[in-house]
Design a protein around this ligand. Sequence first.
Ligand code: WQD
Length: 341
Amino acid sequence: MNQKRILVTGGTGYIGSHTVVELQQSGFEVSIIDNLSNSNIAVVDQIEKISGIRPNFSKLDLLNKKGLFDYFENKETFDCVIHFAAFKAVGESVEKPLLYYKNNLMGLLNLLQAMLANKVNNLVFSSSCTVYGQPEKLPVTEASPLLPANSPYGNTKRIAEEIIRDTTNANSDLHSISLRYFNPVGAHESAMIGELPNGIPNNLMPFITQTAIGKREILNVFGNDYHTADGTAIRDYIHVVDLAKAHIVALNRLLNNEIKSNFEIFNIGTGRGYSVLEVINAFEKSTGININWKYSPRRAGDIEQIWADSSISNQILNWKANKSLEEMIISAWEWEKSLSK
Ligand code: WQD
């Protein structure tokens, strides 16, 4: 049986690269397009070392509409696109909203037009729990109201879902599944791929590991006056490999025509929230390394607390997050140490 061909946009990125490995190990033929704005071409070599298969790679920006159309026209058709390519730093999006709206939304519009023009009918979309804003009721389910996002980043994900919904309604052959990620952390067990932010990390876990290894002087804990048990903000951290596996399940649901409507949405979280202090303490306990940290003012765009009700994903997708916070931490730490070798 000929291999199903999957196009992964943003496939050299953090979540994209882990998903490419899972795709290859599930027997799919993978092509990556990425503009390398927040990742490194060496990731392609690392993916090959892990899976033994080199994914096709083209450096391409989704804002280059002509280049994107040429790419699709010169390639054998794809059975599905998994779309990761987007900017994703909550704090940065508050400072640079137009950059986020242009990159994340124009890129999606170009991709959808290229898919329709080339009859590529399946899309898995990388969405985010930030579409919920600060939920009034926790845990959040897929039916929870989409409150105004606290950041332009979250708004781009909310608008993107509406664009995809409308486009699938207008084109009955097009089917899509949106996966609303919570907080992806950790790294592949090989420590050959992981989160590799360019410059100063926006996200908590890479900042913790870089502080632990001595790359960063001190970790700022953004806010200790939230209405949580210890005053610091709560998130639902999920191991990036658990998250990557959810994409394989969603992809197969599309390819096997199991989808029940043109556009389905799933929460991809663990259902357990941890505060910033709990993560720091868990890191120190798991690694025996003390983190130098101090309280700092809240970060613009941050919400106070969120964690997932993933029961719909558990039941419908038959997918569940398996890895513990300790496994997330250990894998993130092994990855950080591998960078210093
Ligand atoms: C987590 C907590 C910070 C850094 C992420 C992704 C986003 C989306 C949702 C997928 C917050 C605190 C952080 C630091 C800190 N995921 N923090 N000091 O903002 O929840 O967003 O998950 O789409 O793409 O970015 O994650 O790791 O930045 O912050 O105190 O140096 O850690 O205030 O409470 P966030 P984060």
